[in-house]
Ligand binder design. Structure first.
Ligand SMILES: Cc1ncc(COP(=O)(O)O)c(C=O)c1O
Length: 395
């Protein structure tokens, strides 16, 4: 470690903050590229499409029109209205603009919700494997992390029995993520109904991470907020990063009861002040403008999904379920007799295929790798060939 860093006396809470190891893999892949190696990037969790021109133009226009100042902490009323309208149309709920908080990217919704609701010792249920920031934030606020599994044999959906067996009087928050990163699984409506019925009478909130809700290849997206009594205890996390290929713009939102929305807006006043105004104006265009860009991207992902899953299933030692949503394949590679981290490292170092170990998403991700199919069909084919060649000499 850097000598200067060692000398700094950090606040104790910093030792409880985790990270996303996806970024470490990207750094190593870039080092190899700097040495002249050709790397196929299947580690990245963002669409490889450009943001649609009508959204870019709306942002440029907004800059020229003077949307260059501070705005309200909860977000511009235009965008809160557009989000409420969009969320009400796409889910079986009625959302009021007062229930919407606009954030720079969707990630702050996790941070703010957990800060606002979870006290020391409160239990928080979250998926393992799952997005690493859930566990990081639970630990940060001294909550008690309580992981639940996503069984492969249930197509990585939830096992409601397991979740309910883990719910106690100290359970303050249950985190759901559907469609799911990293497995591509989606929770089925019947499971949401059972879960909702069991949770409705409790002092428990649900953080429903629905960032991939438009990237679903089979069936309709369901939100737990749609079930009786659940809307007021659910915080829906969604945004523009994945749906509109806008990861670098940093634009997301939370939908929650107005009382909580006011408190979350105050957390925003204390941190970011507000989300960039011209970006929010572009967000209105994204939601109200032509949706063909989303449909086109989903169709592309659907084709690539088939290519990568079929290809992985042909490789000895791999077995891959068809993801229902998001843009990740999560093959079981236990048959290779390698551990996940070692295999991911070997594929990167030996054949230049960057992917993530299942354990980058929690210890129960052992035995799996995550491949993002946010890359061209040509590159996916090339990566599959390289992996197959590698297994011929190394298994
Ligand atoms: C499950 C999940 N939730 C939330 C996010 C964060 O989205 P954003 O980039 O809008 O902050 C991601 C990004 O990878 C994600 O995979």
């Amino acid at each position: 470690m850097d000598a200067t860093l060692e000398r700094i006396r950090l606040a104790e809470r910093m030792s409880r903050l985790g990270t996303e190891s996806a970024f470490d893999v990207l750094v190593r892949a870039q080092e190899l590229e700097a040495q002249g190696r050709e790397i196929i990037h299947l580690e990245i969790g963002e669409p490889d499409f450009p943001t649609a021109p009508h959204i870019v133009e709306a942002a440029v226009r907004a800059l020229h029109d003077g949307w260059t100042h501070y705005g309200p902490s909860a977000g511009l009323s235009q965008l809160r209205e557009a989000v409420a309208e969009d969320a009400s149309r796409r889910r079986d709920i009625s959302v009021d603009p007062a229930e919407v908080v606009i954030t720079p990217g969707a990630k702050p919704v996790m941070f703010f919700t957990i800060l606002a609701l979870v006290e020391r010792g409160d239990e928080v249920l979250y998926p393992n494997p799952g997005f690493p920031i859930y566990e990081s934030m639970i630990n940060f606020v001294h909550g008690r992390p309580t992981p639940y599994s996503l069984p492969e044999e249930r197509d990585f959906g939830i096992d409601v029995g397991e979740i309910l067996a883990k719910v106690t009087d100290r359970t303050r928050l249950v985190i759901l993520n559907s469609p799911h990163n990293p497995t591509g699984g989606a929770v089925v409506r019947a499971d949401l109904a059972t879960l909702a019925e069991a949770l409705v009478g409790r002092d428990t909130f649900i953080l429903s991470d629905e960032i991939y809700s438009r990237l679903l290849y089979e069936g309709e997206h369901d939100s737990i907020a749609e079930f009786p009594g659940m809307k007021q205890r659910t915080i829906i996390l969604d945004g523009f990063s994945k749906t509109y290929a806008m990861t670098g713009w940093r634009l997301g939102y939370g939908i929650m009861c107005p009382e909580l929305a006011q408190r979350v807006a105050r957390l925003q006043t204390n941190s970011n002040s507000c989300t960039a105004s011209f970006i929010q104006i572009a967000g209105v265009e994204a939601l109200r403008g032509d949706q063909a860009c989303v449909d086109h991207m989903v169709e592309e992902f659907r084709q690539r999904r088939r290519v990568i899953v079929d290809g992985l299933n042909r490789i000895p030692g791999f077995h891959c379920r068809m993801p229902r949503g998001a843009f990740y394949a999560f093959p079981n590679m236990a048959g290779t007799n390698h551990n996940s981290k070692a295999l991911a490292a070997a594929l990167l170092e030996d054949v230049g295929v960057a992917c993530l170990s299942g354990t980058a998403f929690g210890s129960w991700g052992e035995g799996y790798l995550r491949f993002s199919f946010a890359n061209s069909v040509e590159n996916i084919h090339k990566a599959l060939e390289r992996i197959e060649d590698w297994t011929k000499t190394n298994l």
